[in-house]
Design a protein around this ligand. Structure first.
Ligand SMILES: C[S@@+](CC[C@H](N)C(=O)[O-])C[C@H]1O[C@@H](n2cnc3c(N)ncnc32)[C@H](O)[C@@H]1O
Length: 286
């Protein structure tokens, strides 16, 4: 939804814009190419994203206009202060994991794999999905699957995990997926493990807490008239963004109706099927 982000985000073609989720740099590159006088402050908590930024010649062409912060975007205010930037002209976030992270066989995000159950976006954090699955109580697992995956079989899946892990630790994504499939049958094309994997990923990375912290900072960092565009991929994230924009008196909602991907984009990039874009604008301080 690059075109939509461009259309809603850019209100001035100069100054600082923050890309909260740099990933492979696709969004930043597009904007830097199109707007010759903007600078980007890029956040990503994954060292692989920083490595890509340092090693990709296409991105290095813009090294004078990109400042990379290897940090969680929840720390945006702290980082902007360090950089001596008081206000920014716009902010974008494209939440969740990247296709590179999903495809990387060492990260444990994808259920059809022999990957170690890791799921950390920031490899410097301690908590892994392996630890959650093998050490958390049945009740805690059930809560995680229900609250972060909206999984209706939470109780049965948590029970099965606790029974199975007595025989030996659950180490790989395939092992966990097979346990889930003993409790839950496949319906249509969706893998029965989808919701539990989403829940574990959200929990391990404190995704909703980080998002809430970012949303709490938005009105403090945006200049008057500047906008934030947030792309979400599941209802839990979208609900938090919608609510936060609505509650903040110094933010005006720009799109009353959520923006979704076109049929054409969904055909080219199936992940965009679940994408929802919300836009807000900073109002004049009274
Ligand atoms: C969907 S991808 C973004 C892809 C990017 N727009 C591009 O064009 O390549 C999300 C990225 O955000 C990063 N990320 C997710 N949550 C984050 C957080 N709380 N703080 C910093 N980075 C985060 C992930 O590591 C991942 O690289």
């Amino acid at each position: 939804m690059l075109k939509e982000i461009d259309r809603y985000l850019i209100t001035k073609d100069t100054g600082y814009y923050v890309d909260c989720t740099f990933g492979g740099g696709g969004h930043s590159l597009y904007l830097l190419n199109k707007y010759k006088n903007i600078n980007i402050i890029a956040f990503d908590q994954d060292t692989d994203s920083l490595k890509r930024f340092n090693e990709n010649p296409e991105l290095q062409k813009f090294k004078d206009r990109i400042t990379f912060c290897h940090d969680n975007f929840r720390n945006i205010e702290k980082n902007l202060k360090i950089l001596n930037i008081t206000k920014i002209n716009g902010l974008l976030a494209d939440l969740g994991v990247s296709s590179k992270q999903l495809d990387d066989k060492t990260r444990g995000f994808s259920f059809n794999s022999e990957d170690f159950l890791d799921m950390r976006m920031n490899k410097e954090n301690e908590l892994t999905a392996y630890e959650v699955v093998n050490t958390f109580s049945k009740e805690k697992l059930q809560d995680i699957f229900f609250n972060y995956g909206e999984e209706s079989f939470s109780k049965q899946i948590a029970q099965k995990i606790v029974e199975e892990r007595v025989k030996g630790n659950i180490k790989t994504c395939n092992q966990l997926k097979d346990i889930i499939c003993k409790v839950k049958r496949a319906k249509g094309k969706i893998n029965p493990a989808t919701k539990v994997f989403q829940a574990l990923r959200i929990y391990v990375n404190d995704e909703l807490g980080s998002l809430q912290d970012l949303l709490n900072s938005i009105a403090n960092v945006l200049d008057t008239g500047a906008r934030a565009t947030i792309l979400t991929y599941h209802s839990l994230e979208d609900r938090i963004v919608k609510q936060s924009f609505k509650e903040n008196k110094s933010l005006k909602i720009i799109n009353k109706k959520v923006i979704i991907a076109s049929e054409q984009e969904i055909k080219e990039n199936p992940r965009s099927r679940s994408a929802k874009l919300r836009v807000t604008e900073k109002q004049d301080e009274l």
